[in-house]
Design a protein around this ligand. Sequence first.
Ligand code: PLP
Ligand code: ZN
Length: 396
Amino acid sequence: MTLERRCYACGVTTDQPYARCDCGEPLWFAVQPLEAWPALAELTGSIWRYEDVLPVEQPAGDLAPGATPLLSVPGLREETGLELWLKDEGRNPTGSFKDRGSAVGVGVALERAHEASTPAGDPARVATVSHGNMALSTAACAAAAGLEATVFVPEDIAGERLAAIGAFEPEIVRVRGDYGRLYHDALELGARHGVTVCNSDVPSRVAGQKTLAFELLEAVPDLDAIVLPVSSGGNASAVWKGLLEMRAGGLCTDLPALYLVQATACDPIARAYRASDDVVTPIDDDADTVAYSIANADPPSGTRALAAVRDTGGAVVSVDDDAILTAQRRLASVGIRVEPSSATTLAAITALCEGGALKSGDRVAGVLTGRGYGGSGGEPETTGRTRDTLDTVFSS
Ligand SMILES: *Cc1c(COP(=O)(O)O)cnc(C)c1O
Ligand SMILES: [Zn+2]
């Protein structure tokens, strides 16, 4: 199947497997109306439930991402006054929403390899550029489908993240120098060598990740707002596209407002929003924040994410590291584990309530995008009791 790719900004279409338009903006697959929720009999418990509006069929080897839990936390509802739901994307196969996009990206790579009839013994390859979660997800989904994977990671990537990615045995390339430019270099290399590059905001990834919006509205019709962290802008674009497809098919009339969140230390999209600009300009890449998964100084879909915010009547907010870590602890206090980048969602919800953008009784979904690797830094305190004093544990 060759689906038309389209530029959201200038409307140009192409049937070539390009990721970006000549105008500079990212392409996506043309909006496909979602006209009805799939019948219950078609419930697969994964993104493939929405196969009718996905660009490929479920690959034979697939990790079945999606269908993540929607949590309701009584304490947070009381504190915020909102009708609040939290979508726990950390419960995807490799711990983040990236699996939704990787699964479809891998499916597209398989299909292209099939069409090009790669010689036997020369398995198709998928590649990505990532700080962590996307490399992990792409490597795992490729392994499931029997594809080779190449991941480009920054030279100074944390050992714990590298070890997690390495478990799926992709080819790992550590790259020094301008990491932002690598996004474009990888697309170009892929086009030259016939490798499917599944970067953060390519059409196939956006297609897989739009199912997040479907799941939210299928579970909670009439949502007023969706809050999610933004880095490259790929996922925000995907949620927007999902909303447009539900509206085109008559499943939703008023789009919920999209509120996007960035870390104050690296917030080019929020800056453009505050300045009432229509275009996101890169900022200096020396950002240091606990929210490393969302620290992109030159977001390739930043301008598209901004368009999503304007179209839905939302906003882009920045939250600082103190607020992020406070939110991460608050979530842990109710049993929910997230990485700092995802805790930004709760930090932003708190700020939006205080600022009055979200009002008591609003129906709001916060997306917890990922669980993160290992510990969150620092040893926890222990009680210091010994075996000899065990019987004092419950008595003080
Ligand atoms: C990738 C990622 C994001 C940001 O998504 P973009 O599509 O790059 O905007 C947010 N949170 C987590 C946990 C991620 O892995
Ligand atoms: Zn264009």
